[in-house]
Design a protein around this ligand. Structure first.
Ligand code: NAP
Length: 206
């Protein structure tokens, strides 16, 4: 599998790229700055680094890992270059306040809004994995992936399976992204409250 990680120079994308490269996945790190992408690709053991627009060409799956509020505009800019290739969204819109971290007030997930912009199928997942948990090896716990396209979801689940110690679980249609994106707020609140690295393990499944 060849995977582009757009915004792969950030905390989450870089940790993800490292874990994928360790698992033998061919990873291309994307950045708005090609030189930064190449430098981070060397650090991560990735196959290559390139400007986002070049990184997404000729891959099997694009992971959109820019900072969350750049996900939609970046998808708009890259839609033609991405074409019909599936896109995995890991983005969660969070609002940081004195009282805690809140999920977005928008009733539609970022992933569903991305699907309006992109030509290929969108999946969403990995929201319960903190960058700090992925940074030093496979993340503890399970990963969730949702989506409406069976093939895109199978690829995204395969990717998720490379980066967690637990299971990569199919969480249903793309509409589940509303809950999954909110889960990042829950994880961040837990980490702040208990000063840890929370992960999620689902019980009761065969
Ligand atoms: N951090 C976590 O623990 C965590 C957990 C679960 C999910 N996520 C999701 O993963 C994604 C990345 O999180 P992060 O913490 O790694 O974010 P980040 O470090 O703030 O940003 C990631 C990358 O986004 C790119 N970027 C920044 N502003 C941009 C813009 N205006 N347009 C295009 N690209 C821009 C930058 O790459 P270049 O400057 O190189 O282009 C940056 O390295 C987010 O959507 C977040 O919701 C994060």
């Amino acid at each position: 599998m060849r995977v582009a990680v757009v915004g792969g120079t950030g905390d989450f994308g870089l940790a993800l790229a490292e874990r994928l490269a360790e698992s033998g996945v061919e990873v291309v790190i994307g950045s708005r700055d090609a030189a930064r992408a190449e430098e981070k690709a060397r650090d991560a053991g990735a196959a290559a680094g390139a400007a986002n627009e070049d990184a997404v060409r000729g891959v099997d799956l694009v992971v959109l890992a820019t900072k969350a509020d750049a996900a939609l505009p970046t998808a708009g800019q890259l839609a033609a270059a991405i074409g019909a290739t599936p896109v995995l969204s890991v983005a969660s819109e969070l609002r940081f306040t004195k009282e805690g971290v809140f999920p977005t007030d928008d009733p539609r997930s970022i992933a569903e809004r991305l699907q309006d912009t992109l030509h290929g199928p969108v999946t969403a997942g990995l929201h319960s994995l903190a960058a700090s948990s992925l940074a030093h090896g496979k993340a503890e716990g399970d990963a969730f992936v949702c989506g409406d396209d069976a093939d895109a979801k199978a690829l995204s689940l395969e990717l998720a399976g490379h980066v967690v110690r637990g299971r990569a679980l199919d969480a249903g249609p793309l509409a589940s992204a509303r809950a999954l994106e909110g889960m990042t707020a829950v994880i961040v609140n837990l980490n702040k409250r208990y000063k840890g690295h929370a992960g999620v393990v689902v019980t009761g499944l065969p």
